[in-house]
Design a protein around this ligand. Structure first.
Ligand code: IMP
Ligand code: MG
Length: 174
């Protein structure tokens, strides 16, 4: 099957928007230390670039999750493949995700992390496909709202390919 990718968001545009998000975060947290929790693997490029532009001290942690069952089932169908390294009680936490589709992953993660009693818990996503939302979630920082297309690049993959593209593209298979 032939795969073609067309540029949806060029590198410069990502860079500009990530700097804006980092600015808002720096202001909202007013000098307080922030812990970014990267949702692997897709969130990695975004987290690294975001962290470099945040003014105050930033700590990193990582989680990897996978979902099973179909998208209309309850948000319980998530498996944690890699859990946090450090406790987050009393900390300022921002979940850093590549893309929100149904919202199932973040609905689950938000509850899971909230139970650990952080001082603050926010959600930051690079991309959002609002048309696809099934689970209601409150997103604090969004890079770009995009149409319902399959996206690759800048961390996002198709069968583990294309994560290292510096831009965000729409993948078509024929
Ligand atoms: P949700 O739980 O349905 O919101 O799905 C979110 C996860 O699905 C993201 O973290 C991605 O890993 C994956 N995903 C959703 N849409 C895309 C896409 O267009 N390209 C690549 N991965 C996607
Ligand atoms: Mg993901």
């Amino acid at each position: 099957m032939k795969e073609t990718i067309s540029v949806l968001i060029p590198e410069k545009e990502i860079e500009r928007r990530v700097a804006e998000l980092a600015d808002s975060i720096s202001k909202d947290f007013d000098g307080k230390t922030i812990t970014l929790i990267c949702i692997l693997k897709g969130g990695i490029m975004f987290m690294v670039d975001l962290a470099k532009k945040i003014k105050q001290n930033v700590e990193f942690d990582f989680m990897d999750v996978s979902s099973y069952g179909n998208g209309t089932e309850s948000s319980g169908n998530i498996k944690i493949d890699k859990d946090l390294k450090n406790p987050i009680e009393g900390k300022n936490i921002i979940i850093v995700e590549d893309i929100i589709d149904s919202g199932r992953t973040l609905k689950y993660l938000y509850r899971y992390l909230k139970d650990k009693k952080p001082a603050n818990l926010k959600i930051c996503t690079l991309l959002d496909k609002p048309e696809r939302r099934v689970f209601d979630i409150n997103v604090d920082y969004t890079g770009f709202e995009i149409p319902d297309e399959f996206i690759v690049g800048y961390g996002l993959d198709y069968a583990e390919k294309y994560r290292n593209l510096p831009y965000i593209g729409v993948l078509k298979t024929e």
